[in-house]
Design a protein around this ligand. Structure first.
Ligand code: ADP
Ligand code: MG
Length: 319
């Protein structure tokens, strides 16, 4: 980049998003879908940042606003210090986006796809890196194959190379591994890690907690168009260390049984108790023993791991 992202020397974020709102136009007379309800966060420079959330949360809407593909309703975004409205050209130059949907002309070869993209950015022939990029995404041997003959995984890798043609300092991948097999997922993770090692700030969206956990050093969670968490991965994962044991007891209760070792206990019905505990600190058997000590006879038991949804619930109810 020719211009520093910050006028001062203070470390500026790679991306700064403020009060971003998107309402999609609906049917005439209807309000339309409020896909982003005022989202604000920073993506620090140099890391791998995960934007995690279930389908329909608003992840692609946010990414597509950064990409200039969707018009925001209000709010602002800066990419590498460039406002997406005030300095659109530089903002676009600072970011490479791999869209969720795979689209390119089936009659171009991978080499041509990259050369066309370089032409689009006005990159001089002597400065182009098409061969190197093809090698980096393990497609050198497919250099001259028609895009339509590539497998889904190869197309995804080609899209990553295409997003990197103009050497942006930020790479954004929208659901790079949705619906791909385990082997390709590993390959994509390696690719993302090696780009990050080379200094590229990476943002990826995913609905897999495990993926965000494995790859990202920071995770923001978005749900129903609202940001409900934004934490270092370590802290967030600790919140998923919870496990729940649901028991049916032999008599009606008016209040849930309490114990200092429980994270919480709730009544799901007059005889249905749900105890949340930290699985690193106790076992389901110990939870049952405590309930029995309190005079409850247990008729039925099920346990489950806390999942992303439970993390959501505990985050939204804590707020
Ligand atoms: P995600 O990528 O997290 O799955 P999206 O950003 O694609 O979520 O969608 C967020 C919400 O906005 C969803 O309810 C979706 O149906 C709606 N939506 C997305 N694109 C459009 C559109 N072009 N027109 C109307 N509603 C849309
Ligand atoms: Mg999406």
């Amino acid at each position: 980049m020719t211009t520093p992202k910050s006028a001062a020397d203070a470390p500026a974020p790679a991306i700064a998003i403020r009060d971003l709102v998107k309402r999609y136009a609906g049917e005439p007379g209807s309000e339309g879908k409020l896909a982003l309800k005022g989202v604000s966060f920073d993506v620090p420079e140099g890391g791998i940042f995960g934007l995690l959330g279930p389908n329909g949360a608003g992840k692609s809407t946010l990414i597509n606003i950064l990409a200039g593909l969707v018009t925001k309703t209000s709010g602002s975004a800066e990419i590498w210090g460039f406002d997406i409205d005030g300095n659109t050209r530089n903002a676009k130059r600072a970011i490479g986006i791999v869209p969720q949907e795979i689209v390119f002309d089936p009659f171009f070869t991978p080499y041509e796809v990259l050369e066309n993209q370089a032409g689009f950015y006005g990159i001089a022939k002597s400065l182009r890196r098409s061969e190197k990029l093809l090698e980096a995404v393990h497609l050198a041997d497919k250099r001259n194959a028609y895009a339509r003959t590539l497998s889904g995984g190869m197309k995804r890798r080609l899209l990553i190379a295409k997003a990197m043609v103009h050497s942006p300092p930020i790479l954004v991948l929208d659901e790079p591994t949705a619906g791909v097999d385990v082997e390709l997922r590993r390959l994509l993770w390696e690719l993302v890690n090696s780009l990050n090692d080379d200094g590229v700030t990476v943002v990826l969206t995913t609905h897999y907690l495990e993926e965000a956990e494995e790859l990202c050093d920071r995770i923001a969670i978005i749900n129903h168009g609202e940001l409900i968490a934004n934490k270092p991965t370590r802290e967030l994962v600790d919140m998923a260390r919870e496990k729940i044991v649901a028991v049916t007891v032999d008599k009606d209760l008016v209040a849930p049984p309490q114990h200092a070792a429980f994270i919480k206990a709730e009544l799901a019905g007059p005889r249905a108790v749900e105890v949340t505990y930290n699985k690193d600190q106790m076992s389901a058997g110990q939870v049952l023993a405590i309930l029995q000590e309190q005079g409850l006879a247990i008729e039925d038991v099920t346990t489950r791991e806390a999942d992303l949804e439970d993390v959501f619930v505990s985050l939204t109810s804590a707020a």
